[in-house]
Design a protein around this ligand. Structure first.
Ligand code: TIU
Length: 221
């Protein structure tokens, strides 16, 4: 398949491509979670949910591999460096009890992916202790075993976990496309800048495109 993208057309084969949905978990999208403890207005992020859902459903129908990530720490916090826990003096720290359970801890209610985008049985779910999907996770091994060469990115936040993951993927040799209307930041100008910098210099980190051309390509097979 070939779709219009920036800085030029993006070509991929569905069976060698994974849709990677970064951290669409309650911690970032709902009040009372990690995003809000950092001082952010979380209301901005839910606007992308319908577009993400359309892409996810079309991708499932096409039979493509789906990967969901969650920023998640062990209950004993052994995978959470004190520097991360203390940075910015948040109102509630990672591991503290919040309105949706312990902040950013695997298995807690706040750590679940929002119901609209919930993983289906058999889809890959990666719990990651860092901002990137590759650091201290089996992501690269799983993609290599699955013959995946191309990654389509959605999720939050654009300039933090999405950008970090896409840069990690680019350095490992994947051709990456970021879906512009399926990613969001607490800072709209950071979203715009992150998109610009990733596709600049001939696609130095990868490609970007709105979801429309992808949906159209998937529908026409
Ligand atoms: N704070 C912020 O913008 N993001 C994160 O801490 N994690 C993710 O982006 N998932």
């Amino acid at each position: 398949m070939k779709i219009d993208a920036s800085p030029f057309a993006y070509e991929f084969e569905v069976d060698k491509t994974a849709l990677v949905i970064i951290d669409m978990q309650r911690d970032f999208i709902e009040p009372g979670g990690f995003g809000e403890t950092l001082g952010n207005n979380v209301a901005l992020l839910s606007a992308i949910v319908p577009a993400c859902k359309s892409v996810l459903e079309a991708w499932r129908t096409a039979g493509g591999l789906v990967v969901h990530t969650r920023e998640a720490h062990r209950a004993d916090l052994l995978d959470c460096p004190p520097a991360k826990r203390n940075r910015g003096n948040p109102s509630l720290r990672i591991g503290d009890e919040g309105p949706m359970g312990r902040i950013l801890i695997a298995g807690e209610p706040g750590n679940q992916i929002i119901p609209e985008l919930a993983p289906l049985p058999g889809e890959v779910v990666i719990d990651k202790p860092g901002k990137g999907a590759f650091y201290a996770t089996p992501m690269h091994n799983l993609m290599q075993q699955g013959g995946i060469t191309h990654l389509l990115f959605m999720g939050v936040t654009t300039e933090v976990c999405v950008q970090t993951s896409m840069r990690e993927a680019n350095d490992r040799g994947y051709d990456c496309l970021l879906l512009e209307d399926c990613t969001e930041s607490y800072f709209p100008h950071f979203k715009a800048s992150a998109i610009d910098m990733m596709r600049a210099q001939g696609g130095i980190v990868g490609w970007t495109a709105p979801s429309g051309p992808l949906l159209a390509a998937l529908q026409s097979g």
